[in-house]
Write a protein that binds this ligand. Sequence first.
Ligand code: NFE
Ligand code: MG
Length: 519
Amino acid sequence: MAHRVVIDPITRIEGHMKIEASVEGGKVVDAKSSGTLFRGFEIILQGREPRDAQRITQRVCGVCPTVHATASTLNLDSAFGIADKIPDNGRILRNLVLGSNYLQSHILHFYHLAALDFVDVASVKDYSGKDPQLTSVKDFIQRGVLEPFMPRYEGDYRFDKETNQILVKHYLEAFEIRRLAHEMLSIFGGKMPHNATIVPGGITEHPTVDKITGFLWRLNKIRTFIDNIYLPDVMAVAKEYSDYFTIGAGCGNFLCYGAFDLESKNPDYASRKRLFPQGVVFGLKELKPLEPDKITESVKHSWYDGNDGVYPLNGETVPNHEKSEGYSWIKSPRYDGKVCEVGPLARWVVGYFSGVKEIKSAVDNCISELGISIDKLNSVLGRHAARALDAKLVADKMAEWILELKPGEPVCADYEVPEEAEGMGLVDGPRGALGHWIRIKNRVIEKYQLVVPTTWNGSPRDENGNPGPVEQALLDTQVKDVDNPFELVRIVRSFDPCLACSVHVVNLGNSKKGIYRIA
Ligand code: NFE
Ligand code: MG
């Protein structure tokens, strides 16, 4: 008989996610991923001045607000007819602000969310050195004050004591590095989270020599951390836990909208030249150009009323928590009817198949050092490796881009808000493909739709019964102990899911909802 494993909530991710898996004979035979928060942003935006979109949609998430600023401004640029008018300074500064957020987000994910699946923090109780940070962690652990590290599922921790202690030290150092990334973002973004400067037409901040210098020294410290600590740590995990190159394979289709504009004269976001190119790779074999008309959403198993297979701008957000077939607040986006994974791995697969030189050589070096074939990247560790390579490439490129800024030259183009228009903004954020769509009528928002990266990865089954990428990645996984399913959380966390920042469905009565074991 199948054993039902429920992990609710999944911790060390952003937002509220529940996983249900049926395990039979030690193997996952069925899996369901649910978003347990309602996102009401599309409804909140109706009837507002269009430029509220880039302020309000950033509030979707405190971790990746910058890509919402980017997607919503690309969306407004296209609706206002100025997508080909952004000055180079504006384009580059937008890239630097978005890149700063990529770096903090990837370092956050590896060290503060996922690494403790592989690193035994409890080893610090035997620490015998003099580092004040590790001594204080040791003190906490010895006094039994274990949060936020415990309780946890007990993983099959494989590093020796010294290596675990060094990795915990890196966990602590990563906080400082993320602070630098936030400061760097704030130099041209005003603040983090929720920057104030990315606007239709470009950006409101001007480059000056002192701002460039302040940005660059921080960036160089972060690059040193990525080169000397982050990448080697990911490789160490990859070597010690190499079986995780065969665990957690997803649907095998990879979608990327591209990111970091290298030109601003082509108004078509599906073909504009970007650091990460746009495209779709099916079955890790066939590269196809991105055709936005093929993006649809379905709600068959989501708590919404509406039709299935609908282009986002024609979609609706009509919540219905009573729907009997529903099991998630996440909709099911599909590309040409197919389930697609998005995120750093998708970016790197599409970049690899597109023949981007830096991407190809970094992937080839990585797989040759690990002694694996390219198809093994479709796995838990492949996602971690791609994220680390992503951080390195973006950081190195930022150091080049910042020197292309021209102090004194324009940062923003003029525009008028049209009476009626439609727009679309497509760009990859840290977690993958993000789309915003707008319809303006009488100079206000009539319709706004967002399809976010975790909507793709965390989606429930569609109307054809096809499970979403996380659900597919869980299928067939061997679970040693159904009461301690650490294999499953390692898979889910490799996607870096984010279900954050939406309107909670609350019961204002004080009734007990359930008893949760947090792990
Ligand atoms: Ni809230 Fe996000 C990113 C976006 S994921 S973290 O990256 O958009 O759904
Ligand atoms: Mg949506």
